[in-house]
Design a protein around this ligand. Sequence first.
Ligand code: ADP
Length: 623
Amino acid sequence: MAETLEFKAELKQLLHLITHSLYSDREIFLRELISNASDAINKVRFDSLSNADKMEGNTDWKIKLTPDAEKNTLTISDNGVGMSRAEVIENLGTVAQSGTKAFLEAAKQAGKAAETPGLIGQFGVGFYSAFMVADTVTVVTRPLGSTPSDGTRWVSDGQGQYTLEATEKPGRGTDITLHLKDDAKEFLEPYHLRSLVRKFSDFLEFPVVMDSEKEVDGKKEVTEETLNSRKAIWLRKKNEVKPEEYAEFYKSLSHDSDPPAEVIHYAAEGKTEFRVLAFVPEKKPFAFDWQEPVAGLRLYVQRVLIMEQCEQVLPSYLRFVKGVVDSSDLPLNVSRELLQQNPLLDAIQKSVVKNVLDTLAGMKNIEYDKYLTFYKGFGPTLKEGLSRDWSNREKIADLLLFESANTEAGKFTTLADYVAKMPADQSDIYYLTGETAEQLRKSPYLEAFRAKGRDVLLLTDPVDEFTLPSLGTYKGKQLKAADRGDTATGEEVPAGTKEQFAGVVAYLKEKLPEVADVRLTTRLTESAACLVADAGAVNAHLERMMEKMGRDTGANKRVLELNPANAAVVALRDRHAANAADPRLEGYARLLYEQSLIAEGSSVPDPVAFAKRVNDLIARDAG
Ligand code: ADP
């Protein structure tokens, strides 16, 4: 005789939400039921080691899917630990698990049930997720150490009540039969089930099987097909995995056609246990710059896929890394939101970041050419870490490569190298940003540094403009832009010079409203003039970048600096002293300004007028 029982109050709420909502993630019910089955097998398998006599010879561990198109049902069977009648009431009639409670809490906070359909898909609501696709669920189960007449049948339509009755069940374990809703018939299709199992449970230890009919010699034959590959490569020992196997797995994760440059595979043991298998790509895939930047590792809990992209375990600046993390210390059925707050994920991230950065450092030191290929593709991404991962700043800084005024074209130096080669009287690290190293090598800003034997790093990644200033210091040395402020040599203009040039400086200031100020400098040894920004202000390169991005740069007037030792500047001074009203003076002033614009990589506002001024000079000089 079947007995009718009521679900506990909060379970009713949950079921109401589940049965009255539509959402896209409902296929996760299969993951939930398969993972419950796997848990049930795990429980009994452990027992089987010491209690072989209690096993009824039923130790061919497997989870079986049986779609029945005629009856419109899908059955998930396992030969796991099973449940007694009391356990069925306890486990399937009340809310015991934390995931469900968390879900209800979130649903309550979100307000009306009608507004929360999206929530269900985000939560692992375990067994009850069956009601997302089924209008009736039947559970037939029999526990370990019982006889075939000890079975229990539980049936519910998820409306508030369920029935229980004793039943005959030949084998130990649990069969869960879902009578599918009209709009859930796709879960009868073998190809669909196959692909879902591969997606969610491919690396599950136990086989997930399904009968398939094949025609052999005109006769129909039923064979049992295993749907999951069961190869949890990350659970194996590093020295037992072949490079081809790693490569194959990497490809399945990344869709990269090349094998990975580095394999990071380790097990963390101690307070928290988890395994990581991650890969550093050889070079930047074409799509990398075009895709939305998504970082993360696949998160498994005991081989069950929980999250495709767990951002919590991999910071964005390492988003080129692909891989998985598997932990048995994480709860399987907790909501993703709550999972994201789990402190274990932070511990995992710390460990993953350390291992990735160490791997990159090893690659740089031992396989430099390989590192160079990697770096040319992902260097800009890595640099984002300078401003985002404060605790690893120096480690990231040590991975950076730069061309410099002293390197050959196309060759690189490092910050450590730069510091090691600094002359004794140099205390800061200098850099210059621009479009290409070739152009920067010719820049007038380098003149005084060259004269003093100081090297300048040449930065040509767009991100450098933001990331290097945020690094601030390296090994206690300040990073300073060579084209800003008075960073050059710290030397004063010789005594008395200022007075000698006061007249022409004032004249230029008046005639050149484009500049914020005009002053003398020791920055230049050859060139006549250059433009500099104040320390921390927008320089020419940044201004050009911002203009390209359509951003208003505001009024960024720079300072025109003059080299008092340059013959042209001296001649200009003398001409001005002789006749301040000479009409040619204004043209000279323009030319000084325009050549400074060209030298910093900007263009002159009126090229035709500029050409005319130059031609006038040629005519006068040659004529
Ligand atoms: P959770 O798995 O997070 O505990 P579920 O709602 O999925 O939550 O399941 C509730 C309980 O029902 C489980 O903890 C387990 O004890 C029991 N159970 C569910 N499925 C099975 C099964 N296939 N075999 C044995 N017990 C099961």
